[in-house]
Design a protein around this ligand. Sequence first.
Ligand code: PBG
Length: 326
Amino acid sequence: MSFPYTRLRRTRMHDWSRRLTQETRLSVSDLIWPTFVMEGNNVSQPIDSMPGVERYSIDCLIKKVKQAESLGIPMVALFPVTPTELKTDDGNEAVNPDNLMCRAVKAIKDAGINIGMMCDVALDPYTTHGHDGVFVGDEIDNDASVDVLVQSALNLANAGYDVIAPSDMMDGRVGAIRETLEGEGLVNTLIMSYAAKYASNFYGPFRDAVDSKSNLAKKDKKSYQMDFANSDEALREVELDIEEGADMIMVKPGMPYLDIVHRVKETFNMPTFAYQVSGEYAMIKAAAEKGWLDEQAAMFEALMAFKRAGCDGILTYAALDIAERL
Ligand code: PBG
C-alpha cells in the first residue's frame, strides 16, 4: 500500500517511536580500545597526529586499562613503542620474553584487571625498516617472516595475552601460529586475524605513534597488504584464515571498507570486527578542531555505521570517550 497509507515519516515523528524502530544499536560491549605502551615511569605522551591519544608507560597504562574495565569495555588492543636502540633488521626484540609488550600484559594481569588483552603479531614495531616481516634480499620473505611471527605469537601468548592478532598479512601465518599454540598446550588462546588488511594510506598517524615510519619510504607494504581495489580477494583471505584456525576476523581500515565488512559477514557468519584506523580517527578529530564537524556526533555515527554494516565490534581510539557517553 503506498502513500498516503504508507508514510515512513510516521515512525520518525517521536523519540519513543524512533527508539522502538531502531534497527542497530551500539553498546560498550562493541568496543575494543587500541592503545600504546612505552618505556618509562609516570609518562603519558600525546601523539600530535592523533589528538586525544597518548602513549603510556606501564604504570599509567594500568590506570587507563582499569578505567576501561570499569566503563565495561571488553578488550584492549595494545601496541608497543620500541626504543630505537632495540630495533634491528630482523626484529628480534619481538621474541624477547621480557620485552615491553610481555611486561605490560603481566603487569595488567597482576593488577587483577578483568579485561581481554589483545596484541598485534607483526614485526613493524621492532624492525629498523618498519616492515611487518623480514627481508631476504630486496623482498619481504613470506616463509622466513612466518617463522619469526610464530615465535613472537608464542612469546606473547606465554606472557598472558588472551587474543593474538596477526596483522602482518603473510600467507599461512594463522595456521602456523595455531599449530604452534596447540602444540604448546595454549588451546584457549584466541586468534583475531587481520584477515582483509589493505595497503592503506590511512595508517599514517599510527606509524607516527609507534615510530615505524622512518625508513618505510624505501618500500611500501603493497607486496603483502591488499590492493584497495579488490573485494573478492578479501573473501579468499578471510576463508583461508578461518580454515587455518582464526576465531575472529577483522577488516581494516574500517569506514571506507564497509562493503567488505558486509560481504564478509554475509558470507561467513563469523565474529567480524573492523578497525577504525588512525587516519579515520584523525580526520574526524581534525575537522572537529576546525569547528567543521561535531566530533562526538560524527564519531557516534561512524561507529553505528560499522554496526549497521555487520560488525560485531569495532576497534576505535575513541572507545573510552564513547563508552563514557553510552
Ligand atoms: C602493524 C599495524 C598497523 C596498524 C595496526 N597494526 C600499521 C601498518 O600496517 O603499517 C595500523 C593501525 C592504525 O592506523 O590505526 N602491522
